[in-house]
Design a protein around this ligand. Structure first.
Ligand code: PLP
Length: 396
């Protein structure tokens, strides 16, 4: 790519503002359309929805709020349970708790690192029973209401069998597609399967509004309900009559303007992320002790963050030691999230068979994956990892 920034700090994942961001945001400022109404909000919603293959999009202040209202309109409420992976950023689990429901943590697959649909089936078939029309978790006595597949780091959960399970057990599916915008599963964009899918436009995501999120659905009534709840549930906006407990969750026109400019570049960003991933794959393929994520044959990942597993026994160093050495060289990397099932705040949540998540947490390290990273910068990352492996006597 472009110039060699060899003395520079190499960040994990930073925004790439290379399109109409300035022009669109300036137009908002010039025309005084800076708040939560305006043409950019509508354009951004329509374009994001059609990109993913959805009928409706409702923009929100962030991905967490999108998940919160998405779960609410899907019918999740107090003392229900929502099946989700323990290996994820905390936001979807927090969103479940905001509704008064509880996550049930079911393990991820050791190869693709995504929610293990086979274990979800096992939990639903063996860990639950029907009480009238209620599917009840035998251990907690709570009603299982929904599945929340989190598509991790640009890859995808195996959605067809998951949707079949949801139909069999009468569960709603709310997809967390914060990390996999642009990825595809069996020829369809990820985020187009569940009743609802949620996006994040946080600063480190594939595209960003600074902060932002969106609820996507094909159901008109649900989209209207999301719009209503995210704008304080106003039945009469003049007299200020409210028909529900609402939220101030709407995205501003300025942020949507930036989001639209970013969305216009999404395909090229994803193409660049794929290039970065291919280079990491080929250049680190021969390094003993480094394990790459398995891509399911029916998934075309968007590679939001390229992540490797480091097997200390073979590589000689563990993921944290490698992270430390990279940091000393000005290179940012990051381990996976501490599994949620072993965090104090979720101690009262049920977990089912979560050993793969624990191992991945110990071994995973996400590497710099910014769209604007140069080849020379990526070479620095690759060379250092290789030399760490050989210096520590990694075994072929
Ligand atoms: C899987 C996942 N879900 C939800 C979120 C929350 O999005 P936001 O930060 O926009 O609230 C994030 C990241 O931030 C995420 O990685």
């Amino acid at each position: 790519m472009n110039k060699d920034n060899s003395s520079d700090h190499i960040p994990l994942s930073v925004p790439h503002l290379d399109g109409n961001e300035w022009a669109y945001v300036k137009e908002c400022l010039d025309t005084n359309w800076v708040s939560s109404a305006g043409k950019y909000v509508e354009k951004f919603e329509a374009r994001a929805a059609s990109y993913v293959g959805r009928q409706y999009g409702v923009a929100c202040v962030n991905g967490t709020s999108a998940l919160h209202v998405g779960l609410l309109v899907a019918g999740v409420g107090a003392d229900d349970e929502v099946v989700m992976p323990p290996l994820t950023f905390v936001a979807p689990a927090n969103a479940v708790r905001y509704t008064g429901a509880y996550p049930v943590f079911v393990d991820v697959r050791p190869d693709t690192w995504q929610l293990d649909v086979g274990k979800v089936a096992e939990f639903l078939k063996e860990g639950c029973h029907w009480s009238g029309k209620r599917l009840v978790n035998k251990k907690t006595g709570r009603t299982v209401k929904a599945i929340l597949p989190v598509h991790l780091i640009g890859h995808a959960v195996d959605m067809d069998p998951l949707m079949a399970l949801a139909r069999e057990f009468d569960l709603v599916v709310v997809e967390d597609n914060a990390e996999s915008l642009g990825a595809a599963y069996r020829g369809r964009k990820v985020g187009s399967h569940g009743l609802i899918a949620c996006l994040s436009f946080n600063g480190n995501k594939v595209i960003t509004c600074g902060g932002g999120g969106m609820v996507l659905t094909d159901d008109r009534q649900l989209a209207d309900r999301v719009r209503y709840l995210t704008t304080q549930a106003k039945d009469d906006p003049v007299e200020n009559i409210h028909g529900a407990i609402g939220y101030n969750y709407r995205l501003t026109n300025m942020q949507a303007a930036m989001g639209l400019a970013q969305l216009e570049q999404l395909d090229s960003f994803v193409a660049r992320k794929r290039q970065i991933a291919r280079r990491y794959q080929s250049e680190l393929a021969q390094v003993a002790g480094i394990v790459h994520q398995q891509v399911a044959g029916d998934v075309l990942p968007s590679y939001w963050l390229y992540t490797i597993l480091i097997d200390k026994k073979t590589f000689g160093l563990d993921s944290r030691e490698v992270m430390q050495s990279l940091r000393q060289a000005g290179i940012e990397s990051r381990p996976f999230w501490h599994p949620l099932h072993s965090q104090k705040v979720f101690a009262d949540c049920y977990s089912f068979n979560v050993s793969a998540a624990d191992r991945l947490y110990r071994e995973a390290l996400s590497l710099p994956s910014s769209v604007g990273m140069t080849d020379a910068q990526q070479d620095r990352v690759i060379d250092l990892i290789r030399s760490l492996g050989s210096a520590s006597g990694s075994k072929k």
